[in-house]
Design a protein around this ligand. Structure first.
Ligand SMILES: *[C@@H]1O[C@H](CO)[C@@H](O)[C@H](O)[C@H]1NC(C)=O
Length: 226
């Protein structure tokens, strides 16, 4: 491309880039259609870029959430966005077990308290890597039925891989209280940050140059479901 075309191209792209982000701003469950007040609402639509920052826990928030939703173990929970997920990349849900002396409404998300309960990955496509969560407005899973009763943060993490070598993290946390739980022992518990290394192959994938025969592993610990 001749360089004299670049300025006008850049001007065309800027408004799009400014708006081209999203927030998981609503929670839903089997018994709850749409709830905003149990989500620690992110301050801005912009993604986080530093996987080693404390903000990776629950994003930069306007404040804590005013409500904690009661959810029976084994039932469905989900997040809805303010638009569709239009940045290709994986997604995962984590539960963060509230430590002694804290509640879902007070805990800052620190310590090795987090385990992954669901993930959405991608598969090879000769044109461009094909990611499951693309163009959806909602993601949901079930709370594993053996999850011990108690308060948790439910965290969604979607990773936009649109700019190679600059992964974007879209994160929200919902305050929940699991009831009718089981006696499972969640495994692969991790701290956040620390759950994903900056050089994780799942972050460094170049989605625009797919290599036949390769598979994709969603970053983070293995999923615990019992
Ligand atoms: C939950 O996820 C499944 C699988 O993606 C989907 O078929 C279903 O419609 C979702 N449910 C809701 C309420 O969004």
């Amino acid at each position: 491309m001749h360089s004299k075309f670049l300025p006008s191209l850049v001007l065309l792209l800027i408004p799009h880039l400014v708006n081209a982000h999203y927030i998981f701003d609503k929670f839903f469950a089997e018994n709850i259609q749409e709830l905003k007040t149990n989500i620690r609402q992110p301050k801005v639509v912009d993604p986080l870029l530093d996987v080693t920052a404390d903000d990776m826990r629950c994003n930069v928030n306007k404040g804590l959430a005013s409500q904690t939703a009661t959810i029976p173990a084994g039932s469905m929970v989900g997040f809805e966005l303010d638009t569709v997920i239009f940045h290709p990349g994986p997604a995962a849900f984590y539960l963060g077990k509230i430590p002694e002396g804290e509640t879902a409404a007070t805990w800052d998300g620190s310590g090795p308290q987090w385990f992954k309960i669901a993930e959405w990955g991608g598969k090879y496509d000769p044109e461009m890597w094909d990611f499951e969560p693309l163009n959806v407005r909602k993601l949901n899973t079930t709370i594993p039925s053996s999850t011990p009763s108690g308060e948790y943060l439910l965290r969604v993490e979607q990773i936009g891989l649109l700019i190679p070598l600059e992964p974007q993290f879209y994160i929200s946390c919902a305050q929940i209280k699991v009831v009718n739980g089981g006696d499972g022992v969640p495994a692969s518990m991790v701290a956040i940050p620390g759950h994903i290394q900056p050089d994780d192959p799942g972050l460094l994938l170049d989605i625009y140059h797919p290599i036949a025969g390769t598979t994709y592993t969603v970053p983070g610990p293995t999923v615990w479901r019992e």
